[in-house]
Ligand binder design. Sequence first.
Ligand SMILES: [Fe+2]
Length: 308
Amino acid sequence: MDDPFDLSQVSAYSDWRARKLRAYPAEIADLRVPVGRLDQPTPGERAALKTRIETFNMALVAVDPAEIQTEALLSFTRALGLQRTDSNLFADASAVSHIAATRRNPGDAGRAGTAPEPPGGVNLREFIPYTDKPLSWHTDGYYNTEDEQVGAWCLFCVRAARDGGENGLIDHEMAYLRLRDESPRHIAALSHPQALSIPAHSLDGRTLRAESVGPVFSVRNGHLHMRYSARARHVLWRDTPATRAARGALDRLFSRPDVFTFRYRLRPGEGLVSNNVLHCRSGFDDDEDPAKARLLYRIRFLDRVALD
Ligand SMILES: [Fe+2]
């Protein structure tokens, strides 16, 4: 069977590569799909989303800001075939995480809305997503276990920051393509089952999250999956010359124009849906008033987007 992600199948890869590159260069406007009712995307809107996601592994959804409610968001993602949510430490009962910078003053409700309190003793400010600091390149859930890898996520903007908070986005298939073109050995090294380890997260002798060991690139049900964090701390790379070379190539990728990085600052009413593409976030300057501060809703799924 043709498998472009099999290193021995040179012609399957070359066909896939040609198809992939045909869509580029592309702009953020090419990802944009206006949606009328978030809870009930029409067949036309679903078809437009399908094309974007099949081509780029992501789409930019634009709705009336008033549409962005937890229940409508969950109906929307269900319509995209996203059923199994990944609940993390900070998500509420419906697995929706409220991403906002945590205020210095604990009485200040920086995390507006219904987001739950984190487990006892966990300080949200130790987690960069919940600060106003830049967030380096990663895919979501890289610290999850092998069978709970994140296939897709959505990120919807309720309120933007006063300044900054821009996302960088790279289709992980494009990252794979450039690395494989540079050297198939990079792909082999990054596909090793012990390529990247994330140590367990323990607090006062309790394990909040077990150690996660796995490849960067893997193929799941015929689809390429990427598990990655550019963080220097709390990550452990396999210690071989081939892994170091592949890591170096990956690092360089983020400043290469030919991976076609999309850069975009979500406005209220806009959201990204993606098959867990590579992404980062710039730091931001927020409003002092928590009711006006940046607030995004995020849901992660174990499934990939499946639109028919
Ligand atoms: Fe993320």
